[in-house]
Write a protein that binds this ligand. Structure first.
Ligand SMILES: NC(=O)c1ccc[n+]([C@@H]2O[C@H](COP(=O)([O-])OP(=O)(O)OC[C@H]3O[C@@H](n4cnc5c(N)ncnc54)[C@H](OP(=O)(O)O)[C@@H]3O)[C@@H](O)[C@H]2O)c1
Length: 279
């Protein structure tokens, strides 16, 4: 186990996110034999086996015993019931834990799993198509190699960034975690508006989606601030300026600020609810 490529990676839970990460790991050259997944659902395991010759089964303990890095990929509500029975085996084998469960704090996770080095990750749905934004937080006992290994796994699903303050994950949830839905909502609105201007819905959809992709790619590739890009494409008295004036009149900035604040507050409340179930 000298390189991160050779890290034995285990997954507890073989649903959508695990499948996406396993697919990404295989595509990036990780050896299939170094990946194992447990899940109670034979259908989930069959879908995982289609990705490559990975080890699949329904024995979580077996995966714990044979993994250097263990991705916790079950639903947040299922996590406590999954971790508590595994605690003795986790204490014995001490894999690096990587939780991708939304809202579960490192305190709650370590309460159930034991005080192991833990990386908490907030991915988002585009991870399913390799274009995710994952934000990671590590407990103080995760060393450089542990960070590198966690990053190797999440990198296969898109971009990765670290935060050093766990509380910031509520803001992260409100921006990148829930963010895809904000963009989908804007797309819906623009498609409907295009139809309102006489386009057929197929054409309007194509125009909107390709424009969203192009705008994101321009902002990412150029590194130019989106506000600057907006100015660059807005001629005084032109069509874009006419539309932006309406957005300003409707206080798009204030509205967005309130929406993101509401998501962050809900993230805090949900984490509390999940922890209150931990009696
Ligand atoms: N999907 C996303 O875009 C996204 C984004 C951010 C964060 N996340 C987080 O990623 C995690 C996984 O999400 P997902 O979308 O992949 O969910 P999912 O498709 O429901 O996958 C979870 C899998 O865990 C299995 N499972 C349930 N109990 C288990 C147990 N005791 N031992 C082993 N496996 C068990 C489930 O099997 P059954 O179906 O048979 O119960 C299911 O196949 C969640 O915690 C979620 O918060 C997901």
């Amino acid at each position: 186990m000298t390189t991160s490529k050779e890290t034995r990676i285990g997954f507890i839970g073989g649903g959508n996110m695990a499948r996406s990460l396993v697919g990404g790991l295989l595509q990036s050259g990780h050896t299939a034999a170094a990946i194992r997944i447990s899940d109670p659902s034979p259908e989930a395991l069959a879908r995982l086996s289609e990705l490559g010759d990975v080890e699949v089964g329904d024995d979580n303990g077996q995966v714990v015993a044979t993994s250097d890095l263990l991705v916790l990929a079950v639903k947040p509500q299922a996590m406590r019931a999954v971790l508590e029975p595994l605690a003795p085996s986790l204490a014995q084998h001490r894999p690096l834990l990587v939780s991708i469960a939304a809202g579960l704090t490192t305190t709650a996770l370590r309460h159930w799993a034991g005080a192991l080095p833990l990386v908490r990750c907030m991915p988002n749905t585009p991870a399913l198509v390799g274009a995710g934004m994952s934000v990671l937080y590590a407990t103080a006992d995760v060393d450089e190699l542990g960070r590198e290994r966690a990053e190797t796994v999440l990198n296969t699903a898109g971009a990765v960034r670290w935060v050093e303050d766990e509380d910031l994950l509520d803001a992260v949830t409100a921006v990148s975690g829930s963010g895809p839905a904000y963009f989908f909502h804007l797309m819906e609105a623009m498609i409907a508006a295009g139809v309102g201007q006489g386009l057929d819905s197929t054409t309007s959809r194509e125009l909107v989606l390709q424009t969203a992709l192009g705008a994101a790619r321009m902002a990412l590739d150029s590194g130019v601030d989106p506000g600057k890009l907006r100015e660059q494409v807005t001629s005084p008295g032109g069509t874009t300026a006419a539309a932006l004036a309406v957005f300003t009149e409707g206080d798009l900035l204030g509205l967005t600020d309130r929406a993101v604040a509401a998501a962050a507050a809900r993230s805090v409340a949900l984490a509390r609810e999940l922890e209150q179930n931990d009696d």
